[in-house]
Ligand binder design. Structure first.
Ligand SMILES: Nc1nc2c(c(=O)[nH]1)N[C@H]1C(S)=C(S)[C@@H](COP(=O)(O)OP(=O)(O)OC[C@H]3O[C@@H](n4cnc5c(N)ncnc54)[C@H](O)[C@@H]3O)O[C@H]1N2
Ligand code: MOO
Length: 409
């Protein structure tokens, strides 16, 4: 029997990094449609933002030194020179000591002023005279030119995933279209004679397809374009024809099921029969997910993922997602949560284990990572969990009270 030779998760990632040079092509998109896309070029500002000194309050633009020592009992008496209109440059400046100009929030400061006194700290004596009851320092209630973004400043680095905030910033700079990496096209194929579609009623011995739905949603979440091939029965011809078509159209092919050593498992046979096929991996020291196949066909990669939904998902998250990030140049950082583990847990030594956990906050401010014990064929292992803790390959488990990192799923 063909038993697999397992290699570690780190070795798999290194192998993928070295075996594939490919990155996806770039395209220009409207920023209104750029959410979640990864930029393919550094973005450098060609303007100062703001481009004029702007008040952050409704009040009076003054020269700060004119307000020194001002109080309600001894206010600074100022001459009102006029009013700044929103969206327009001021029509009057402060030329002489003791002058002020009314400026609304967001209005441009007139020349000669260096701070704004909030209207609450003033009294209007008459149409031309304002009493200032509280001093201001240089720059108070003012946004300076370029305080947000400086001309020629690099504001976004290639490899950044765009969030709503970055898109707002691009708009503020007048950048309405942005260069991004194309979404990698990812074929999703479920295999197995026992698998039926979500809209079918399974007969005894049959199960509904879960993996296509998990993988397709995960691909969308991770910035790819899923191409769904549905369920293919355990037939060499059917699976081979489907994979050939998928390789033609997609950057990555995901086949779930049939990756193990069962009699009807066709995945490896089909992968071996593909043109220019080279099996890089058959077996990863990971729990769950050991019977995983990774093959190179030209510049494309085929992943044979385990059929068990939990195993399939873990391998997707740990390995496939790494590869998607690599070909889209996404500089991804994980920020796990530091938790306490509540029990003694013995793990399978020699396999990197991904254990689903539910987080719980305690009164003394600690976060407890409660393990969810689940078999890899059960989907609720993840629906109940917040994320997972990772147990290293050479660790025997986790001790009660030990500090662990929990990663969000
Ligand atoms: N003799 C051995 N048997 C198995 C080993 C082993 O080392 N030696 N490894 C076990 C492990 S670990 C896993 S994981 C599974 C993986 O098997 P396959 O990748 O060949 O997957 P299948 O046999 O096709 O399916 C396993 C299980 O998952 C269900 N499944 C498959 N596809 C879907 C889907 N799209 N949606 C929902 N459920 C699916 C399938 O019905 C099976 O119940 O092998 C072990 N065996
Ligand atoms: O590795 Mo299997 O994926 O444990 O169920």
């Amino acid at each position: 029997m063909d038993l697999f030779k397992v290699i570690s998760v780190d070795e798999v990632k290194k192998m993928l990094n070295e075996a594939f040079e490919k990155t996806v092509e770039c395209e220009e998109v409207d920023i209104k449609k750029a959410i979640g896309r990864i930029i393919s070029k550094d973005i450098v500002s060609s303007i100062n933002l703001p481009s004029f000194r702007r008040s952050t309050v409704d009040g009076y633009a003054v020269t700060s030194r004119d307000t020194a020592g001002a109080s309600e009992s001894i206010p600074a008496i100022m001459t009102l020179k006029g009013e700044v209109i929103m969206g327009k440059a001021p029509l009057c400046n402060l030329a002489l000591p003791g002058e002020c100009v009314y400026v609304p929030t967001g209005g441009m400061l007139p020349e000669g002023s260096d701070a704004v006194v909030m209207i609450e700290y003033t009294d209007k004596l008459d149409e031309e005279t304002i009493l200032i009851n509280s001093p201001v320092a240089y720059g108070d209630n003012v946004v300076q030119i370029g305080e947000d973004i400086k001309n020629e400043e690099k504001v976004l680095q290639k490899g950044t995933k765009l969030r709503p905030y970055e898109i707002g910033m691009l708009s503020s700079l007048g950048i309405g279209n942005v260069q991004v990496y194309k979404k990698p096209k990812i074929a999703i194929i479920s295999t197995g004679d026992e698998i039926v579609g979500c809209d079918e009623k399974p007969k005894l011995g049959q199960v509904r397809d879960i993996n296509s739905y998990i993988l397709s949603s995960a691909v969308l979440e991770d910035g790819g374009e899923p191409i769904n091939y549905g369920v293919i029965k355990d037939s060499f011809e059917d699976l081979k024809n489907t994979v050939d078509d998928a390789l033609d159209k997609c950057d990555i092919v995901l086949i779930s099921g049939g990756s193990s050593v069962g009699k009807k498992d066709q995945t490896l046979k089909v992968i071996n029969a593909l043109e220019e096929s080279e099996v890089l991996v058959h077996g990863i020291s990971i729990k769950p997910g050991k019977p995983t196949i990774i093959a190179k066909t030209g510049d494309k990669v085929v992943f044979g993922l385990p059929g068990h939904p939990l195993s399939c998902t873990v391998v997707y998250k740990v390995i496939v997602n790494h590869y998607i990030n690599k070909i889209t140049n996404y500089k991804y950082e994980d920020y796990p949560v530091l938790c306490k583990f509540p029990i003694n847990y013995h793990s399978a030594k020699g396999r990197e284990e991904y254990l689903p956990v539910i987080l719980e906050s305690t009164e003394n401010g600690e976060i407890i990572a409660n393990p969810v014990f689940s078999k890899s064929g059960l989907i609720t292992g993840f629906t109940k969990a917040w994320g997972y803790v990772k147990i290293n390959k050479n660790d025997e488990g986790i001790k009660e009270g030990q500090t662990v990192y929990a990663y969000k799923f």
